[in-house]
Ligand binder design. Structure first.
Ligand code: AMP
Ligand code: GLY
Length: 419
């Protein structure tokens, strides 16, 4: 059973579907993409009780949880209490994403490199602190989950005071902003590192790079992610081993010392400052859209790995990868990441060439037609020997797709394409 309904979950279902061990695949609630390879079940992902009943009735042998909200809300603990195997961290361990104060304090206590920070639960104290800051930009973050929107980079004191008001007084991110983090601004290239963990043992997946900004050349507003590529060449073998030693191992050890070993996917968001890795954030689940580029590079059957992690018994650490490149371009609705219209029919889906993968994100079937239902609508992914090959294939196929207001960045992978 895969839980979730985005592009990440379609990619997970697609990869799981390839496993010879698989008998039956379900998605809750899934999307039209997953419907073509699995059975979608219309249960609200907040309804843990119904999910549990479904799992027990259907004899589900593995639950893979896509999004962070149910994980932070303790779905793993809830299902495991009934003897189910769940790929995902406990509610306690998911605080690595669910509370920035939790994760920053852990990094400080275990000497894991990250930006300098201070935390505040009192507006006036935060204001006083900001007024004494000499160096801008500065980064303000809501402590809790804010659907990727709770980070504000402020170029001046004025901007910082206005962000403070937004987060702590106006409650722009609800209770997520009860506690505020003020962080030193770091400048550099970012890389996402996914780690499959069983609590102690782990496998590192090929590093990837997201494109968070809406506009070409990384301009404009932050989004959920406009595209990704893998492997991220800036994170070479040497850098990955530094990240392993300075970040991954101490993080897993820290969680074990706290009595809550980390099991599931640990997403380490790294920024490279003059070549040295600093942790920007942890996520407690696969990244979206990075997963859509990373999973096609996994050669091994992923199911035994997910299952062994869920059981806390990952013995085979030899996950194999394709010696290829992958590139994912996200097609979004006009207006995204602000308000956008939905319900527009998508044409061309049946004309796509087999050489590309199409993962659905914000789509639904209405009157027999696939129509848009979200900001991020589709992901087109190509594999190739070079990123240039991938980009050529993806952008050629995108020309076949149409919906009113369709927008995408034409420069996904530009950092590796111009080399
Ligand atoms: P987060 O949700 O913490 O990953 O933040 C979202 C994005 O904000 C990151 O991917 C970075 O691009 C940016 N960001 C977060 N923290 C910092 C920081 N300390 N310095 C510079 N950029 C940051
Ligand atoms: N791509 C960023 C995230 O999944 O949080």
């Amino acid at each position: 059973l895969v839980i979730g309904n985005g592009g990440r979950e379609h990619a997970l279902a697609w990869k799981i579907k390839k496993s010879p061990l698989l008998k039956k695949l379900f998605c809750i609630p899934g999307n039209p993409g997953t419907e073509s390879i699995a059975r979608n079940i219309a249960i609200d992902i907040k309804d843990f009780k119904k999910i549990k009943e479904f799992c027990l009735t259907q004899n589900i042998s593995l639950v893979v949880v896509g999004p962070e909200v149910p994980l932070v809300d303790g779905i793993t603990d809830f299902l495991e209490a009934s003897g189910l195997h769940v790929f995902g961290p406990s509610g306690y361990a998911a605080q690595l994403e669910g509370s920035k104060t939790f994760s920053k304090n852990l990094m400080r206590d275990y000497n894991i490199p990250t930006a300098e920070y201070a935390t505040f639960s009192d507006f006036n104290e935060a204001e006083l602190y900001l007024k004494n800051i000499k160096k801008f930009p500065v980064v303000l973050k809501a402590d809790g989950l804010a659907a990727g929107k709770g980070v504000l980079i402020c170029q001046s004191l004025e901007e910082a005071l206005s962000a403070l008001k937004q987060i702590m007084s106006d409650k722009a991110f609800g209770d997520a902003g009860n506690t505020l983090l003020v962080e030193e601004f770091l400048d550099g290239d970012e890389v996402s590192v996914f780690v499959l963990c069983d609590g102690k043992n782990y496998c590192i997946l090929p590093p990837s790079q997201d494109h968070k900004k809406i506009g070409e050349g990384d301009t404009g507003k932050n989004t959920g992610g406009m595209g990704a590529y893998a492997p991220a060449v800036i994170a070479d073998k040497r850098l990955i081993s530094i990240i392993e030693e300075k970040v991954i191992m101490p993080t897993l050890q820290a969680m074990t010392k706290k009595g809550h070993p980390y099991k599931g996917l640990l997403y380490v968001g790294i920024i490279l400052v003059k070549g040295a890795p600093y942790v920007l954030e942890y996520n407690c689940r696969f990244g979206d859209p990075e997963t859509q580029a990373v999973l096609p590079l996994v050669k091994s059957d992923i199911v035994p790995f997910l299952l062994d992690c869920a059981k806390g018994n990952l013995q085979n650490l030899n996950l194999e990868f394709e010696e290829k490149c992958a590139l994912d371009v996200v097609l979004v609705s006009a207006g995204y990441p602000d308000s956008y219209e939905k319900g527009y029919p998508i044409s061309g889906l049946n004309d796509l060439d087999n050489s590309v993968l199409c993962f659905h994100a914000g789509t639904v079937i209405k009157d027999g037609r696939t129509v848009t239902s979200g900001g991020r609508v589709l992901n087109l992914v190509a594999l190739g020997d070079t990123f240039a090959d991938c980009a050529k294939k993806v952008y050629k196929e995108i020309e076949k797709l149409k919906f009113t207001g369709m927008y995408f960045r034409r420069d996904i992978g530009y950092k590796v394409l111009s080399d």
